[in-house]
Design a protein around this ligand. Sequence first.
Ligand SMILES: Nc1nc2c(ncn2[C@@H]2O[C@H](COP(=O)(O)OP(=O)(O)O)[C@@H](O)[C@H]2O)c(=O)[nH]1
Ligand SMILES: [Mg+2]
Length: 323
Amino acid sequence: MSSSTSAAMQPEMPLPQTDAVDSAAAQPVVEGRPHRAGFVNIIGNPNVGKSTLMNALVGERLSIITSKAQTTRHRIMGIVNGEDYQIVYSDTPGILKPAYNLQRSMMEYVNTAIGDADIILYVTDVVEKGDKNREYVERLCSVDCPVLIVINKIDLSDQQTVAALAAQWSAAVPHAEVFAVSALEQFGLEPVFGRIVSLLPEGEPWYDKDFFTDRNLRFFASEIIREKILTNYDKEIPYCTEVVIEEFKENADRYDIRAVINVMRDSQKGIIIGARGASLKRVGTQARIDMEDFFQKKVFLQLYVKVNPHWRDDKRKLAAFGY
Ligand SMILES: Nc1nc2c(ncn2[C@@H]2O[C@H](COP(=O)(O)OP(=O)(O)O)[C@@H](O)[C@H]2O)c(=O)[nH]1
Ligand SMILES: [Mg+2]
């Protein structure tokens, strides 16, 4: 994020668009070209690159990305505004068989996203075959809205393999259009974007055209910390952890942020903190640097660790954590 006015950067507000030129909404609609707007929901298995794709399409690092499955827990919207269109992308958690209430809630986001899409982007990669996830693929066959199947990570493959995969996917979901891209290398995205714009239904914008996401700074602060936990700790630790922002104060020259990392067991608390606090300090430093880059402002970050045994299954706690 490069610049923005402080008035629009209140912690509780959604984030304003980077190049906050005069609101696109204020521009006259070209005569004879009706405004188009719609929800483009990104769905697929874990790790195929859904979040990388959304960030590339939106041009902002909204969704955290790691090599680990279940990095994305929420439905996160990324909004792209043009003079006569508005695309509202939703990134969703990867499809999985839920084992606890947090995961059940994650799959609710996915199911809702299939139901309320104007266009579905089903993301797959060069390894996955058309018969993976048969249940969801069958649902794709029966939805009313257009489905674009995006084969991602073609940078890891060759033309022949990609062509064969594209043929398999066309056969598996006959009414879908198939695209091949590399979200990481930002290759092949232009045709996908063009097709989305042409498929958008006519309608007024759903969100203020100044905003590029429905989420606020608090949310991004907690997600950035969660990303650092995912990249700094192994095994079950990231999956037993939830970050809560307890205080987010805006001062003239910096944000003061106090965050609590909830874990499920005492032993996990010890691991998060590390010998003489070294691990927690590393997480804090990395998170602060990324926040300062994203918020374009100095950040003073305090991190605490708390044991909260059953948060993943406790419906009240999950609700309090925003699930
Ligand atoms: N080589 C390659 N890796 C990618 C591409 N897109 C995503 N990845 C990597 O795949 C992993 C999972 O990406 P992520 O966007 O978090 O996947 P998600 O779980 O579907 O949201 C990360 O390590 C990404 O860097 C791509 O186009 N090419
Ligand atoms: Mg993701």
